[in-house]
Design a protein around this ligand. Structure first.
Ligand code: DI6
Ligand code: FE
Length: 427
């Protein structure tokens, strides 16, 4: 007997070339894994004979759980003041050069206790989870000293353990130059490579390594030193690349078989070819594009031409993208980047899984983790069409199912398997 089965569903499996749509479908789960995802008529027996728990999806859609593969979700303080400064004409770079920007968040994060950071981060994470997100990446990088980088990665680990969500913890020690290393960037890279990265990896706090390669960040040569160290320690790399200028960071990342190169507004075709060859995912961040009022669009057509997988993420952070909704990123990717609804959904499922180096989630397919989301929609394109509305009615996280309709107990119309219209958007 299987543990549970969803019947009368429509699936967006993401298996194969397109979206892999199956209507009048069923999805079954056993021991946290998908054991069936296909046409209901192809079930080997009656649902009652196959599974202990039967959920009637009543025509709702099921997609793979969404994946937010680029976030800076743990930070102290906020940067609303800087937002106002930018509205009055200062640029993001101006503010960074004047010691604000990332460094103002570094100060607030150093000053915050681990509990304070955890308590601030949890609702951000819960907001994503309520939108069907079952896996995310969280970067450090607002500590810039061993102690505070450790504190951030410990918070990310606690979020993983307490929220029961898949989290990739990325060490971004080379995010900005801390004030105590002013004009000594190479010495700081020594610290990152020789002290911080090995110590934090030894404490089992690091799953991947990232660098901010930019004129206001670190040079390609400094980036490469960090990549070499990561490689020596067996850690996969990724890069904040070509966000504000073309530093040829994408090619560098490809040379280290990087998981992803992210932002990419200023990426050129050579970088794209290198990414295609290495299997490096292009992670686009429409929230940062929007919030920094960027006008240069990432080279979508060339990415398509060279068949580089495109992922989308929130880049959730206090400075360049205080975006707390992954669904909104789908809409922005369509409006700003002219991506198709189908491309955006691939961007937060199978391609985002690839960006995290995970081959067991992001697709509805037997053998994969039972990470999926239920949606009260008529067609999948609605996920990118509407904005500011959340049609998610339930989430399975490795087979653990949370029914958002049922969680409002006061609603007497919510049945064991049902999704009462009155309750479904109540959380
Ligand atoms: N690029 C970004 O968009 C974030 N980090 C980075 O390297 C922004 C971080 C911040 O402004 O706090
Ligand atoms: Fe970022």
């Amino acid at each position: 007997m299987w543990d549970s089965i969803w019947i009368n569903a429509n699936l967006v499996t993401m298996d194969g070339e397109g979206s892999g749509i199956v209507q009048n479908a069923a999805l079954a789960v056993e021991k946290g894994r998908i054991v069936f995802a296909g046409a209901q008529d192809d079930l080997p027996d009656h649902p009652e004979a196959l599974a202990r728990t039967i959920h009637d999806a009543r025509g709702q859609w099921i997609t793979p759980g969404l994946i937010d593969c680029h976030t800076h979700l743990v930070w102290g303080g906020n940067r609303a003041r800087e937002f106002e400064m930018r509205l009055n004409g200062a640029t993001y770079e101006d503010i960074a050069k004047a010691g604000g920007g990332i460094l103002s968040t570094v100060k607030a994060t150093r000053d915050a206790s681990e509990d304070t950071l955890f308590n601030a981060a949890l609702p951000r994470l819960q907001n994503l989870m309520r939108e069907g997100v079952t896996a995310i990446e969280i970067k450090s990088g607002y500590g810039l000293d061993t102690e505070t980088e450790r504190k951030m990665l410990r918070v990310a680990t606690r979020l993983r353990d307490e929220a029961g969500i898949t989290i990739q913890r990325t060490f971004l020690g080379a995010h900005a130059l801390p004030p105590e290393y002013k004009d000594r960037a190479d010495d700081y890279i020594d610290l990152v490579c020789n002290e911080m990265m090995p110590a934090l990896q030894k404490e089992n706090l690091v799953d991947a390594v990232d660098v901010f390669c930019e004129t206001i960040g670190f040079s390609p040569a400094q980036t490469e030193r960090v990549f070499q160290k990561a490689q020596a320690l067996g850690l996969p790399v990724k890069l904040h690349a070509e966000q504000l200028s073309n530093q040829h960071g994408a090619s560098l990342t490809a040379r280290y078989k990087g998981l992803s190169a992210d932002h990419l507004e200023h990426l050129d075709e050579d970088g794209i070819k290198a990414m295609a060859k290495a299997g490096t995912v292009a992670v686009l961040l429409p929230g940062a594009f929007y919030f920094l009022r960027e006008t240069k669009v990432p080279p979508i057509d060339l990415l398509r031409k060279h068949r580089v997988p495109i992922a989308l993420a929130t880049d959730m952070n206090p400075g360049s993208s205080p975006a707390h909704s992954l669904l909104l990123m789908l809409n922005m990717a369509c409006t700003f980047f002219r991506m198709t609804p189908e491309e955006t959904l691939a961007g937060v499922t199978k391609n985002a899984a690839k960006a995290l180096g995970k081959s067991n989630t992001g697709i509805l397919k037997p053998g994969y983790r039972a990470d999926f989301a239920l949606w009260d929609i008529q067609e999948p394109a609605e996920l990118s069409y509407r904005f500011g509305f959340n049609p998610c009615t339930g989430v399975s996280q490795g087979g653990k199912f949370r029914d958002f309709a049922l969680s409002r107990k006061a609603d007497s119309t919510a049945s064991r398997t049902g999704f009462s219209p009155a309750a479904r958007n109540s959380l």
